[in-house]
Design a binder for this molecule. Sequence first.
Ligand code: TXA
Ligand code: MG
Length: 385
Amino acid sequence: MPRRISGRTWIIPGNKKKMNTKQLILTDYKRDGFLSREDLMKLEEAAGILRQGGLVAFPTETVYGLGGDALRPEVSAKIYAAKGRPSDNPLIVHICRLEQLEKVAKRISPEAWKMAETYWPGPLTMVFEKTDLVPEETTGGLNTVAVRFPSHPAARMLIERSGTVIAAPSANLSGRPSTTTAAHCVEDLTGRVDAIVDGGDCQIGLESTILDMSGERPQLLRPGAVTAEMIEVTLGFRPEEDAALKGPLAEGVRPKAPGMKYRHYAPKARMVLISPKKGGNTAAAILEQIRPEIEKGSKCAVLCTAECREDLMKAAPELTGQFVIKETGSRRDVRRAAHVLFELLREMDAEEIEFIAAEGSRETEIGAALMNRMKKAAAWQIIDV
Ligand code: TXA
Ligand code: MG
């Protein structure tokens, strides 16, 4: 029922009216750790919106987040609605001081403290048993909470000034690639959030590592820039990997990170991933995949390294111009490939590409995170060469 709050003002429950989205552009974000007075004022304005229960998209070192007060159930509900995300998919709670961890999480093991001291602030999320302070609306009904302490100076300042802890999923519409620039956020979230803080490109470009510390043994739920190799150095053993990382889950199996079950990072095109596992000829395998698609008249793209691009040109000069090439940089530079993946997937969507043949990377270090996102984008259609 509509409720009159004064004179001619009514609140209509479930009102779908679009909101005005304010853009707050930071100017000094390129200077590491530096926030000018002007930038601080913009972050103060964004923090004011968060304090009033509003939604703000903001940059982090991984991807942009869609933030709101994590401790207010009605705000979490708004986050799910803005993203179009199923409400059983829990949100990550972002903190900006280590003391805040014990406010939201219980039973923090010595191993977890060691991980926090080594990698926070930074691209690591850890799952713990939650305290009563965190509403179930934020954790998708779970009794655990995922906690992250980002290193991005604007993110930290925003959380600090909000006076609370901030629930933030990646700032994309559900089912689309995560957003790594403010322009992506504008594309997905205009009219759905109160403000977008523009802090330029996200440094890493893939979401944080998720390590479940709530069970007997640490378990890796999502690979990220804090790699399995780094975790092994810190803890002295390699974390177990959740089944969702190894292949498509069987019907009815519930992954530990509920988000991993949804169709993710999915381009509109059908994608095949060529995984360079056995030292074979990547370019030849790509051509084998793409030729019949070109003959069918599909709009095709190849996502590959600079080296592979050269090989393609040499091997099939007659096909030049018949497909789009999206280059990820030198084969040696897996960080760069990770940095540009989501941006290039979005570009290919905008260009209405129907078929993508993608060159994979090694699966060690950050390559494990990159390949995890690529395998999901390819819906596990993988060819080992
Ligand atoms: O880098 C990041 O982590 C970004 C930035 C904004 O911080 N955030 C992000 O959030 O990627 P989101 O919501 O897109 O992904 C969170 C993942 C989901 O797969 C979710 O299921 C999982 O974390 N997750 C959250 N809480 C969990 C919990 N209590 N137990 C297990 N998995 C959880
Ligand atoms: Mg996400």
